[in-house]
Design a protein around this ligand. Structure first.
Ligand SMILES: *Cc1c(COP(=O)(O)O)cnc(C)c1O
Length: 433
């Protein structure tokens, strides 16, 4: 009897590609990606790793499991609320719904009643103004850095931005505000010393070349000890005298004071104190999509809006939709995680700890994202061996815990309560690896 070469039984590429589910996957994932997956499975069969009759089911399973983005959703078990490496703020359900609604054709620049062109971002602007009534006008741009670039370009290109030496910060990944500002063609006029800057330092620097006065909230570090800074209220008269705008880059995106973060500046207070323009991020403490807010005096906001650069930094329709929803719906995940009670965190974490027979330990969460650096958020964690961190990250779902003090600490603060069971299952799976 002659033996049939089992490789001849491997389904052919065209047969596999013609399968209904594979056809659908070609639409969803792209032809190249699907062909590549088919080839890989056939190759395993050729090498004898897979019996030929399993090629088809393995291909079907592979194409249906493959996601359309290589970005992988992560359960954030670090206790860091605005986690820069995990995409900062997770969107609220309302914001996700808005994002999906805005994905197709939308009336972002059309008045459906009259059929004529309308202003872009009207609804997002209205939502910002409703959330921060101290502002006369608001412009939403791509991110906080873009708002700062736009403001310094519009007011100080070829002129000077007067700013304290104590506020020339690096905001992360090597990006420094002074470099960003200098890239706009504005000259930095640094005043004061790293730890102390006085009102007179600003006063001495103001002159015909001044384009604006800039206050930056050094959000990711604290200067302690012998320090002094000029407040917005103290700088207000100087800005009036020099007839230049007083711009406050707050970073965090708090629109109103939060008693939990007493040292974190907010837009309402900064405007009340006399800032002409406040700049903030959409995806830090505001808890929304990546966006930059420029809010404050109407004429100053309009000056930014009409600058040609505004077009290059405009917010996309998805961000506008998500921002509007974030501001109008209930508290987004960032705010809920920030304010989660220690008692409820303890209860959830204790449940996880006992299911795993692992110790429950006190663990402080952090605001993160360069916000409120000194503020611990009291909470809890399950203490696991440090060796579990990697399998947890690589598991499904991916769980990113905090590696600290020779242990892998699982903190549920930023995990939606509905996902507690998934964390438990993920840890069990990691223990089995
Ligand atoms: C985060 C931050 C920025 C940059 O905002 P992005 O939205 O990340 O572009 C600028 N200034 C301050 C003070 C910040 O904290």
């Amino acid at each position: 009897m002659t033996e049939v070469d089992p490789r001849r039984l491997i389904p052919r590429t065209d047969q596999l590609l013609a399968h209904d589910e594979v056809q659908a996957a070609r639409q969803r994932l792209g032809d190249n990606a699907v062909r590549q997956m088919v080839r890989e499975v056939q190759e395993r069969a050729r090498l004898g790793e897979l019996p030929p009759h399993e090629v088809e089911p393995v291909v079907l399973a592979a194409v249906s499991a493959r996601r359309t983005t290589s970005l992988r959703p992560v359960l954030n078990a670090t206790g860091v609320v605005v986690h820069t490496n995990l995409g900062r703020a997770p969107l609220s359900d309302a914001a996700v719904e808005a994002l999906v609604a805005a994905a197709g054709y939308v009336d972002v620049e059309l008045d459906l009643a009259t059929g004529t062109r309308s202003k872009r971002g009207v609804a997002a602007r209205a939502a910002v103004l409703a959330a921060c009534p101290a502002a006369e006008d608001a412009l939403v741009v791509n991110n906080g850095a873009a708002a700062l670039v736009l403001a310094t370009t519009a007011y100080a290109a070829g002129r000077e931005v007067v700013v304290s030496r104590g506020e020339l910060i690096e905001i992360g990944a090597g990006f420094r505000l002074p470099d960003l500002i200098a890239s706009t063609g504005a000259r930095l006029r640094e005043v004061g010393a790293t730890n102390r800057t006085h009102v007179r330092d600003y006063a001495d620097a103001l002159g015909p070349d001044t384009g604006c006065i800039l206050k930056v909230h050094p959000s990711n570090f604290r200067v302690e000890g012998f320090t002094a800074e000029a407040t917005i209220a103290q700088l207000r008269p100087l800005a009036d005298e020099a007839q230049v705008p007083l711009i406050a880059d707050l970073g965090s995106g708090l629109l109103a004071p939060d008693p939990l973060l007493p040292d974190e500046p907010d837009a309402a207070s900064a405007l009340a104190a006399g800032a002409d323009l406040v700049i903030a991020s959409g995806d830090k403490l505001l808890g929304g999509p990546q966006a930059g807010l420029a809010i404050g005096r109407a004429d100053v906001v309009q000056q930014l809006a009409k600058h040609p650069l505004a077009r290059a930094v405009r917010a996309d329709k998805l961000a506008l939709a998500a921002l509007e929803a974030t501001l109008t719906a209930g508290p987004p995940p960032v705010v809920r995680a920030l304010h989660a009670s220690s008692a409820s965190l303890r209860e959830r974490t204790a449940r996880l700890a006992s299911a795993l027979d692992a110790p429950l330990v006190e663990h402080d969460g952090r605001v993160g994202g360069g916000g409120a650096p000194g503020v611990p958020l009291h909470g809890w964690a399950v203490r696991l061996p440090a060796s579990l961190a990697a399998p947890l990250r690589l598991g499904d779902p991916a769980v990113v815990a905090r590696t600290h003090d020779g242990a892998c600490l699982v903190d549920l603060r930023c995990v939606p309560e509905a996902d507690d069971e998934r964390v438990l299952a993920a840890v069990r799976a990691a223990l089995d690896v």
